[in-house]
Design a protein around this ligand. Structure first.
Ligand SMILES: [Zn+2]
Length: 91
């Protein structure tokens, strides 16, 4: 992950980081430009899911991105399942 200084635009380095929650991490960032030397706290947040985890952790919910292929056609997938395993017809 490339982080740039909000003041001078130079590349910054993450010095330390700590987990605040399963989906939030706080990092101390420092500008690599010695003439600027800005140091700040940044947060990295898991915002949207692009591809769902194959090992989901209970209690962790990260909403599906509207651009995710999984979000694009859930109704279509259900219809395909229905066609694969059709219910018996009465009579
Ligand atoms: Zn800077």
């Amino acid at each position: 992950m490339r982080l740039t200084c909000p003041h001078c635009g130079s590349i910054a380095t993450i010095r330390t980081s700590k987990e605040l929650a399963s989906t939030v991490r706080e990092a101390k960032a420092q500008c690599n430009n010695v003439e600027c030397a800005h140091t700040w706290i940044a947060r990295i947040v898991a915002e949207r899911t692009i591809a769902p985890s194959m090992q989901p952790k209970p209690g962790v919910y990260i909403p599906l991105s509207p651009r995710s292929p999984a979000a694009a056609s859930p109704a279509k997938n259900q219809m395909e399942l229905g066609m694969e395993f059709p219910l018996p017809r009465p009579g």
